[in-house]
Ligand binder design. Structure first.
Ligand code: IVH
Length: 700
């Protein structure tokens, strides 16, 4: 972190305020360091902690005279737990400074160049780039290739002896292989728990009524620092090496390793696990590319990472650059947006789903996590809430990874306020007041009122109108809320009786939008059987089942008439699905709706999604791309175009961002096109799009 320039002395009042703030920040930072390093139970996210440290560093460097004494920001980790033997690190285990943006990385490079007296363009200014594992730093000492000692980082100089615990980690070789080994080799790396192992461990813990861990890092830390190695052995830990500590060679046997990457290669050759996701000898542009690539692949990695690490390749230059307080000048961690954060659980609402499922939803104090501000998160069901021990009013951990729905992981029990209260699942539907039911073997409570429940009715309309069902653009939540609340539509078929004059009664729906909506509804009068079946919202009949049923039975008449046994003949239809379909068509209310719909809708084909000949996914034209469709296309519907993109390996997104790979812009494309142009995202028009899909259309 760059020291700020000293500023003018503050006035007395302001000085007191700043001093108090520094004292408060120091206490906070110390407390969080203790919670993280000694108790393995952090109560704020890394990003929140980093923000405190940054503020403290800034104030301390601006006003060094205000609060003398040692600052917790100069301290690495925390002193060892008393229960463990101490290990004096012969080469200190240091920390890394953080970069949070491309500019921070540029600054790091230019400061480093300046320190070394090199021009920014120097060919020696090249770096290795690797993963920043989110685990626990350990040092492994090998003598003549044999693992003799393992230690935690501790405070950087003195760590805890955890040899017996590390010996039970199968990733850690007890004996290295190779004829060119150093006599003494200290390997520095990270112990972690892979996501899958973490999930399985938590399932086991929960089944036994034991503590569940909030994230893999805490699980790894808790498992590693067990006094009984048997406990560690039962916990699936992994290890990756990323560097070295003390190294001693037998006389005349020293290998000439000049770069960090050469060292990692050597560690790998000797049998130590080194992650494959790394590159060597890259310039600054290469670092930024690596960052973007790893960020995109983050969800696929089997373990969690919180960023990437860049290290100057040349060991000679590393030595010249040296260290500043607790971190090397030659390396930096480029952090990813945090996927977890803590915030207050203000309340728990209960939402009613399309099939009547009552889902508790957390109302949160807004918190920035996973790159967005989150105010709601799912809590799944009441058992999940009690399993996690969550109370209303708690500080909780929230996770949002990639595009996944935000989730409440668990409470921070030490911070529980006195007024925290348990959640009680209401015994009536919050939308219609009908007593809810919970089947003995189900985790979910349901409102049994079906389409007479306003909430379920609204969901049924939204489901019917969605892109993958009848694709009625403009029939979104706001319009549906009003249509249902004002009693303008009761059953799905009522949609086809709407008129501009009726729609004009809705709030904020201009005549043009009303006409557009009617046009869209009209367009849906011609449909495929698979879409229609899916749109009906029969429980357990998702898109794929709907397609299978359409292919198998060929007509709605045949499906309606099919017996339970006949339904079981369709691909992937089991007793639960068959019973649900039969139950649906046996209900006179549902049948009446289907009949009314069929007076309005013509089923003109079985299926209208393109079937692409199987090919290697990477070979498909939209493989790995996130594509946004905007405007209207002349040759096909927006929906058909979307299906082509999905079938040809792409992902669809509704909004343009830096992550968008391609925008397909039809007629009258508006703000999305502008945004794409601003961001420099590639845009193609309809003819270009048709040209891409043409070869596949011919095969169809
Ligand atoms: S190098 C002298 N490389 O991050 C440089 N550290 O924030 C020392 N970490 O204590 C660290 N992945 O626990 C390095 N590829 C990597 C890393 C890594 C994770 C951890 C390590 C370190 C902490 C610093």
């Amino acid at each position: 972190m760059a020291k700020q320039k000293k500023t003018e002395a503050p006035t007395a009042d302001i000085a007191t305020e700043i001093r108090d703030r520094i004292i408060w920040l120091r206490a906070e930072v110390l407390e969080h360091q203790r919670a993280y390093h000694q108790l393995d139970a952090p109560s704020i996210s890394d990003a929140q902690y980093d923000a405190l440290v940054r503020e403290l560093e800034r104030l301390e460097s601006q006003y060094p005279e205000l609060v003398p004494g040692r600052s917790p920001v100069d301290q690495v980790g925390f002193a060892p737990k008393r229960e463990f033997k101490e290990v004096q690190h012969r080469v200190p285990m240091l920390s890394l400074n953080n970069a949070f943006s491309a500019e921070d990385v540029e600054q790091f490079c230019s400061r480093l160049a300046q320190n070394l007296g090199l021009p920014m363009t120097s060919p020696d200014l090249v770096f290795s780039a690797e993963l920043k594992f989110d685990g626990i730093a350990v040092s492994l000492r090998y003598e003549s290739g044999v693992l003799v000692q393992a230690a935690t980082r501790g405070d950087g100089s003195v760590g805890e002896e955890i040899t017996a615990n590390v010996r039970v980690i199968s990733d850690v070789p007890k004996q290295l292989s190779g004829l060119d080994l150093p006599e003494v080799l200290e390997v520095r790396g990270e112990v972690l728990m892979r996501r899958k192992d973490f999930q399985e461990l938590n399932e086991r813990q929960s089944a036994r009524g034991d503590k569940v861990f909030v994230n893999p890092r805490n699980a790894a830390a808790g498992s590693l620092r067990q006094l009984d190695p048997q406990v560690t052995a039962a916990r699936p830990l992994g290890f990756y090496a990323y560097g070295t500590g003390e190294v001693r060679w037998a006389a005349g046997r020293e290998l000439r390793l000049h770069t960090h990457s050469e060292w990692l290669d050597a560690l790998g050759r000797w049998g130590l696990p080194v992650a494959a996701e790394r590159i060597g000898r890259v310039d600054m542009a290469g670092l930024q590319r690596f960052y973007a690539e790893v960020l995109a692949r983050r969800p696929e990695l089997p373990f969690e990472i919180d960023g990437v690490v860049y290290k100057l390749e040349s060991l000679a230059l590393q030595a010249r650059a040296g260290y500043v307080s607790r971190a090397p000048r030659f390396a930096i961690a480029h952090k990813f947006p945090a996927e977890e954060a803590s915030t207050r659980l203000l309340d728990i609402d209960v939402q009613v789903g399309r099939t009547g499922a009552l889902t508790p939803v957390a109302r949160l104090e807004p918190v920035f996590v996973g790159g967005v501000t989150v105010t709601n998160a799912t809590l799944h069901n009441e058992d999940e809430i009690s399993r996690k021990g969550i109370m209303i009013g708690d500080m909780v951990w929230v996770r949002r990874a990639g595009d996944v729905i935000p989730e409440v992981l668990g409470p921070i029990v030490p911070l529980r306020p006195a007024h925290a209260r348990p959640f009680v699942m209401p015994d009536c539907c919050p939308a219609c007041g009908t007593p809810s039911i919970r089947e003995p073997n189900e985790a979910v409570s349901r409102c049994p009122a079906g389409l007479t429940c306003q909430a379920q009715r609204k969901q049924a309309f939204l489901h019917f109108a969605q892109r993958r069902a009848m694709d009625i653009e403009g029939l979104g939540e706001k319009v549906v809320d009003q249509l249902v609340d004002q009693g303008m539509v009761k059953t799905l078929a009522d949609l086809y009786q709407l008129s501009v004059s009726k729609l004009a009664r809705l709030d904020r729906l201009a005549e043009k939008s009303a006409q557009n909506l009617l046009d869209q509804i009209d367009r849906s009068r011609s449909a495929s059987l698979s879409r229609f079946l899916f749109a009906l919202g029969i429980r357990h009949v998702g898109e794929k089942t709907a397609r299978d049923l359409a292919q198998h039975f060929g007509s709605i008449k045949a499906i309606r008439a099919a017996t339970h046994t006949e339904l079981l003949q369709a691909p992937d239809v089991g007793p639960v699905v068959a019973a649900s379909i039969r139950g649906f068509f046996d209900s006179p209310d549902q049948l009446a709706i289907v009949d009314a719909l069929l007076k309005e809708i013509r089923i003109e084909r079985l299926d209208d999604r393109p079937a692409v000949a199987p090919a290697a996914i990477e070979a498909l034209p939209f493989a790995g791309m996130t594509v946004v469709l905007t405007g209207s296309l002349a040759g096909m519907t927006r929906d058909q175009a979307g299906d082509w993109i999905l079938s040809l390996g792409g992902k669809l997104s509704g909004s343009v961002s830096a992550k968008t790979s391609l925008v397909v812009a039809g007629e009258a494309a508006g703000s999305k096109l502008d945004k794409a142009q601003q961001l420099g995202v590639r845009v193609i028009d309809e003819p270009a799009f048709l040209a891409i899909i043409a070869p596949y259309q011919q095969e169809d």
